[in-house]
Design a protein around this ligand. Structure first.
Ligand code: SF4
Length: 512
């Protein structure tokens, strides 16, 4: 039991901190595709720097360590209850050690269990097999990309593509549409798993199962192989790009599975995974619980460093305007900013996500927010022996969830800038114009990169919402983000959505 727990702990820590090589190769290949000096190329440089920092620090690649999902194959006779206990204990330990963020929230009370255990957390699926070893595979899939999963029920009318019927071509249209609807919000460039058939539940399960295939494997079904290749080639013509900033690399992998369906139902489900595609596995000795082999690992050292230098050369030739800001920020400073500017922040910023935004609608803020910066972020935090807090991972979370509140809160408290990822909608854009505010897009998933910019945790309020949802007061230095929505009515997100929809329309004609 003790050995088994230790092996599960190693699997969790490796999965959270060390991306598998097939994913690294896909990211490096994406980088090679991007035009030097573009926003997409600079984002990919931040991503590869972040991967290296997570390697070095043995810290979470992204602060959202997702829903731990274990797929376990056991020989006949293995005690699954004991295995579950070992996994639970390892999850609790990894959370206490800052390798996983406390992510299990009571859906009715909003209370975070604090240890990643609770109803439905973690997810563990067992299956028996006739081999003599135990096979455990783990995926950590974050909420930002989970929210971009989508299920179609055919026949269905699709924006930009017309009717998707109950055949291979209808399936093609659904998958192309799924990439369009995700835009950059699931931290593109991403990977998709697709499930065809089943009922609503098993169709989604099949889609997620596809994410356990390696990026470079080849589908044994000839029709699905062709469809996978078609989607990968053509989704990258939509121009959504990394983080939705526009560019050549939108999708890095597409894996499709099919199962039988009921005569009356025809579901196509898509599981979207961000670039931080954390999945690993181990083979265990069934007697001792020791790791005898790692899955999804090989001996190659993928050269992320080399690729970063290539982009760094291009950076010098780029004509991006850089503006340094420190709160309190004036309306005049904000009105000078335009979409495309890079803002470098020094000084204070304050985290705020779902619970804080909901709270601030009805209550006063715990500090004076006039001229301040709100960061949409749910960090991984650890206390040292002297009870001081330290940031372990702190990338941006998906901003669109705050769309119903953001504009009102900015006006109510005088907030001048919000930082997040994926952009916001027309209500916030209007408020930015009326009030004099700006939206800054940080690089989703770059949790180590941004944690490095945080020099001190100055305090915390509203801890009753749990670590990810509390309001953390952070002192930063050199925290860079891109203006993607300004106070003059411009939104890069709206522009990319419009142009990618136009491009999607080119795929309306029957192909299969
Ligand atoms: S990279 Fe983005 S989508 Fe993925 S887990 Fe992190 S924040 Fe969520």
């Amino acid at each position: 039991m003790e050995k088994l727990q230790e092996s599960m702990y190693k699997l969790i820590v490796e999965t959270s901190t060390n991306l598998p090589n097939d994913v690294r190769r896909a990211i490096v290949a994406a980088k090679a595709k991007e035009n030097a000096g573009t926003r997409a190329a600079l984002s990919l440089k931040t991503i590869t720097d972040n991967i290296s920092m997570a390697d070095e620090n043995i810290s979470p690649i992204c602060q959202d360590t997702g829903m731990p999902t274990f797929e376990v194959k056991v020989p006949v006779g293995i005690n699954q209850i004991e295995m579950k206990k070992a996994i639970y204990a390892a999850i609790e330990q990894a959370t206490a050690d800052g390798k996983l963020r406390p992510n299990s929230v009571d859906s009715l009370t909003g209370k975070n269990s604090g240890n990643n255990l609770g109803g439905g957390t973690p997810v563990i699926h067992f299956e028996q097999w006739e081999k003599e070893v135990i096979d455990v595979r783990l995926i950590l899939k974050g909420g930002g990309c989970e929210n971009k999963n989508v299920q179609y029920s055919l026949p269905q009318e699709l924006e930009g593509l017309g009717r998707a019927g109950r055949d291979l071509d209808g399936i093609r249209k659904c998958i192309m549409h799924s990439v369009y609807q995700a835009q950059g919000q699931g931290c593109s460039a991403g990977f998709i798993g697709v499930g065809i058939g089943g009922d609503r539940t098993t169709s989604y399960s099949l889609a997620k199962e596809q994410l356990f295939r390696t990026v470079d494997d080849v589908n044994e079904n000839e029709d699905l192989r062709k469809l996978e290749e078609y989607v990968l080639d053509n989704a990258n013509k939509l121009g959504i790009g990394t983080m939705g900033f526009g560019g050549e690399a939108t999708l890095l992998g597409c894996k499709i599975g099919a199962m039988n369906r009921l005569p009356a139902s025809f579901f196509v489900s898509v599981a979207y995974n961000c670039w931080a595609y954390r999945r690993l596995g181990v083979v265990l000795d069934q007697q001792s619980g020791d790791i005898v082999d790692w899955l999804y690992k090989d001996d190659e050292t993928v050269d992320l460093e080399q690729a970063s230098k290539e982009v760094a050369v291009a950076e010098a030739t780029d004509e991006v305007r850089e503006v340094v800001l420190e709160a309190p920020i004036t309306e005049e400073q904000i009105r000078e900013l335009k979409v495309g500017d890079v803002v470098v922040i020094n000084g204070m910023m304050h985290t705020g996500r779902d619970a804080i935004h909901h709270h601030l609608m009805e209550h006063d803020a715990p500090i004076d927010l006039n001229g301040q910066i709100i960061y949409h972020c749910g960090p991984v935090m650890m206390k040292d022996d002297e009870e001081n807090w330290h940031v372990k991972a702190a990338g941006p979370t998906t901003s669109i969830r705050e769309e119903p509140y953001q504009g009102d809160i900015m006006k109510k408290f005088g907030i001048r800038a919000v930082i997040g990822k994926g952009g916001m909608g027309p209500k916030t854009l209007k408020a930015l114009g009326e009030h004099g505010g700006v939206y800054l897009n940080a690089i989703g998933g770059a949790a180590q990169y941004y944690a490095d910019c945080i020099k001190e945790v100055k305090g915390v309020d509203l801890m009753e919402f749990g670590i990810p949802e509390a309001m953390w007061h952070l002192e930063v230095e050199g925290f860079a983000a891109i203006v993607t929505m300004d106070s003059h009515g411009n939104s890069l997100h709206a522009d990319v959505d419009k142009t990618s929809l136009e491009k999607l329309e080119q795929f309306k004609e029957r192909v299969f």
